[in-house]
Design a binder for this molecule. Sequence first.
Ligand code: 4NP
Length: 156
Amino acid sequence: MISVLFVCLGNICRSPTAEGVFRSMVEAEGLSNRISIDSAGTAAYHIGEPPDRRAMTEAKNRGIDISGLRGRQANAGDFKRFDYVLAMDEENYSNLVTICPSGHEDKLSMFLDFAPGLGIQNVPDPYYEGGFGSVYEMIEKAAAGLLSDIKSKHLS
Ligand code: 4NP
């Protein structure tokens, strides 16, 4: 089993969207029994909450239901449980570096490293600024790149 954790700040906008989009791609390829998926936030603000309504609506309009997800905070143990820990932006990345147990650093990367064609590093935080549609599309591209990467490295 290959395990993937998507991490943003609040775990109510970007990372639950990535979890839902990636899960749908994994299911479409019949790989649900090979890849496990979760998401978390580096902050504690929204623990136990469903995704932001705007993120749920954006996903629902594109056929993805993320309404059942609930916010949780990332922790050091996540680096032991997951093979891929993927930060949505540099702030999340720095926060993850501070909790990463030694020896697990190689699991951490920027999610958009899997969408080099976008030419950007950070998934913009849509919570205050909006832009849920473009955020969704970036996430879709990186999720596709991630799935190709996992298939070529682990499942071929
Ligand atoms: P996310 O967005 O990190 O993509 O879930 C945010 C959600 C909540 C807050 C910031 C970003 N907040 O400050 O409460």
